[in-house]
Design a protein. Structure first.
Length: 417
């Protein structure tokens, strides 16, 4: 049985929560990797069948059978081939479950012949933490034999002061993944679900001359619930800084923070010069979220004095992106969608074109005031600026984030030295 996992393209998955499980689904379906090693970090259930049962059922996305075959009645072929070593196959692809340690440095990836690991626990996000950190660190994967680590979260240094080390990089597939350098980058952040959608939403604006001069930008994500929220109200921990996070996810709209703005600055450096405000509003649904993007542009008027940046102009930018450089990554829609329509939708962002709004106003500059400051003009001038509100849907679990995390993993694997 030991030869079963001697594949040429094997991937390790650390953590088997929402993102870890759906990452396995994604790669089983995509077919690039032909072997999988999953570290659960603890025993799961009483027997291997209990773990398999967890893997193949999902309350949000249905069964693995339906994921592969729809409602045709076909089923995945699942076989336990080595119970002692916790090896089983799904449609002929071998999967090994290991559960000895949560600490990355104690996971023997070298023994498992795994070169690429996707870190999905959400616990190891500090790229400055050493491999032997008492609570574990993402660098432990490298010490344990992996050559590349992709983290399914934004980097966050514990002291918020240290610079991100040079062997680390943040990449969103379809935006800046081509900047990945195999000889330089060994720890890779795939940013977050919101950053993935936001980057694909902002990039076409920066790439279009008429919308590239951004004065201000802000975003709010109306975001589905996640597993770090409480099902029912609970008493806050001693070091709790935001008591809203202890409130019931079932019964509340909960305002919170997001690191999407900071991460976007790393992916699209132009944004760092402008600055971005970002926040999140959690709502009680299981997946599919909405970005509300507010952008103010320095603009001009058309020859007949009409605002250049109209609703149609902005929407045409996204139509062109959807048909060109971001085809199958950005989708433009004029349907009136609701969040459940987006569950499993395989795109980074779906622009809700029917809800795009623009308004052009004027900043007055008075001749007298300008002359007092040494600027010679003869008459008052009004500088046009346009504010746009743009809406974009994204499935923060499988359809958008895990899908693009998977594309990035395949790209990294194809470019392994």
């Amino acid at each position: 049985m030991s030869n079963l996992l001697k594949s040429t393209k094997k991937i390790g998955i650390n953590g088997i929560g929402r993102i870890g499980k759906l990452t396995l689904w994604n790669h089983l379906n995509y077919g690039h990797f032909d072997g999988f090693v999953i570290n659960a970090g603890r025993k799961v259930g009483k027997k291997l069948e209990d773990f398999i049962d967890y893997l193949v059922k999902d309350s949000t996305f249905g069964s693995l059978d339906n994921f592969f075959y729809g409602y045709s009645g076909n089923t995945c072929d699942i076989e336990i081939v080595d119970r002692e070593s916790s090896i089983f196959t799904i449609n002929g692809l071998p999967i090994k479950l290991i559960a000895d340690s949560r600490n990355p440095k104690n996971i023997n990836w070298a023994r498992e012949d795994v070169r690429l690991v996707v870190e999905c626990t959400g616990n190891f996000v500090d790229p400055t933490a050493p491999a032997d950190h008492p609570k574990g660190g993402m660098r432990g994967h490298l010490e344990a034999g992996a050559e590349k680590v992709i983290v399914s979260a934004p980097f966050k240094a514990s002291d918020n002061i240290q610079d991100i080390p040079p062997d680390c990089g943040t990449f969103v597939y379809g935006i800046n993944h081509h900047e990945y350098e195999p000889d330089e980058h060994h720890i890779i952040s795939a940013a977050s679900c919101t950053t993935t959608g936001l980057a694909h939403m902002v990039s076409p604006l920066l790439d279009t001359r008429e919308t590239s001069e951004i004065i201000t930008i802000s975003m709010s994500t109306v975001h589905a619930a996640t597993n770090n929220q409480n099902i029912l109200d609970s008493a806050p921990k001693a070091d709790a800084s935001d008591l809203r996070k202890t409130r019931s996810v079932f019964n509340n709209i909960i305002m919170t923070t997001t690191g999407a703005g900071f991460a976007l600055e790393n992916i699209l450096p132009e944004i760092k010069q402008i600055g971005i405000m970002a926040d999140s509003v959690r709502v009680p649904i299981s997946t599919a979220s909405l970005i509300v993007l507010n952008v103010t542009f320095n603009t001009t008027l058309s020859e007949d004095g009409e605002p250049l940046l109209s609703k149609n102009f902005i929407n045409n930018i996204y139509k062109k992106a959807a048909e060109g450089p971001q085809k199958e990554m950005l989708v433009y829609s004029e349907k009136k969608n609701v969040s459940s329509d987006m569950i499993g939708y395989p795109a980074a962002i779906i622009i809700e074109g029917a809800e795009t709004h623009t308004r052009t106003g004027f900043i007055p500059f008075y001749a007298k005031t300008l002359r007092e400051h040494g600027i010679e003009i003869q008459e008052d001038i009004n500088i046009p600026v346009t504010h746009a509100k743009i809406f974009g849907w994204y499935d923060n679990e499988l359809g958008s984030y895990v899908n693009f995390l998977g594309k990035l993993a395949v790209y990294v694997d194809k470019n392994m030295p």
